[in-house]
Design a protein around this ligand. Structure first.
Ligand SMILES: CSCCC(=O)C(=O)COP(=O)(O)O
Ligand SMILES: [Zn+2]
Length: 233
C-alpha cells in the first residue's frame, strides 16, 4: 500500500462558473437535466452563481451564468439574453436555512417515480449507500442502520412558487439532506459543490433502488430480514 492511499482527491477546477458548466453536462448525460430542466448553483463567499433559465443546461458557457452578490444584493454579472433560473429562490433558501455551499436541482425519473410511490416522506434504511449521506445536524454521515428520510412537497405551476413549501420542509425536517417535489424532481444541497454532487448521486441511487424494491414487494424502510418473506427460494 502506498503512503497516499487515503489522500483526499481534490478536483483542480475552482472557478464556480466552469464547475457548473462541467457538472451540468454530466447531469445531462445522467438524464437529470434534459429538455432545459433542472439546474444548479454555487455559493462562493458572498457570491452566488446561478444558471440561466430555460436554456439547454448541457450547452451553457461560463459567461452565461448569473452572479449575485448577497452583500450588495445586486447581480454583478447579468447576461442580457437571459433571466436567472426560476430555481433561484429555492437555492437561496438552501443557502440561508442550511448554510449550503452549492445546490443541485434535477428532474431525475427516479425522483419523480419515488414521489409517486411515497406519501409525505420518502424513507429507506439498511442499505450501504446511505453511508454517503450526511447527518446534517451533527458531523459525520448516516450509518448503515440509520433511516434516510426525505420530505416530499407538492408541485406548483411555477418553480419559484415552490419556495414557501421548501422553506417549511427545511424547518420541519432539520435532518433532511434533500427535498423531493412530487411529479417534478429533487433539490439537494451540500457544504460545497463536490459534497452536493456526492449526496445527489447517492440519493438518486437510493431512490432508484427503493422504487425497484417496492416493485419487488420489499419495503425499503423495513427491517433486515423482512425481505426474506418475498424470496422465492
Ligand atoms: C422543462 S423545465 C421546467 C422548469 C423547471 O422545472 C426547471 O427546473 C428549470 O428551471 P429554469 O428556470 O432553471 O430553466
Ligand atoms: Zn424543476
Amino acid at each position: 500500500m502506498g503512503s497516499d492511499t487515503n489522500a483526499q482527491y481534490v478536483p483542480e477546477e475552482t472557478d464556480p462558473a466552469k464547475i457548473i458548466v462541467e457538472l451540468c453536462k454530466l447531469f445531462y448525460a445522467q438524464g437529470w437535466v434534459t429538455g432545459t430542466a433542472g439546474g444548479m448553483s454555487i455559493k462562493d463567499g458572498d457570491l452566488v452563481y446561478v444558471a440561466p433559465s430555460g436554456v439547454q443546461k448541457e450547452r451553457m458557457n461560463p459567461v452565461d451564468l448569473f452572479v449575485y452578490d448577497t452583500k450588495s444584493k445586486t447581480y454583478v454579472s447579468k447576461p442580457e439574453l437571459y433571466k436567472p433560473s426560476a430555481c433561484t429562490p429555492l437555492f437561496m433558501a438552501c443557502y440561508e436555512q442550511r448554510r449550503a455551499g452549492a445546490c443541485i436541482h434535477t428532474h431525475s425519473q427516479n425522483a419523480v417515480m419515488a414521489s409517486l410511490l411515497w406519501g409525505r416522506e420518502f424513507r429507506i434504511a439498511n442499505i450501504e449507500q446511505v453511508k454517503a449521506i450526511p447527518k446534517v445536524v451533527e458531523p459525520g454521515n448516516l450509518s448503515f442502520f440509520d433511516t434516510l428520510v426525505i420530505p416530499i412537497i407538492e408541485n406548483t405551476a411555477h418553480e419559484e412558487d415552490l419556495a414557501p413549501d421548501l422553506e417549511k420542509a427545511l424547518l420541519e425536517y432539520p435532518m433532511a439532506p434533500a427535498v423531493l417535489v412530487r411529479r417534478h424532481g429533487l433539490y439537494v444541497w451540500g457544504a460545497n459543490v463536490w459534497k452536493a454532487k456526492i449526496i445527489n448521486e447517492a440519493i438518486d441511487y437510493l431512490l432508484e433502488l427503493a422504487v425497484k424494491m417496492r416493485h419487488a414487494g420489499i419495503d425499503p424502510a423495513g427491517d433486515i430480514g423482512s425481505e426474506q418473506l418475498t424470496r422465492k427460494i
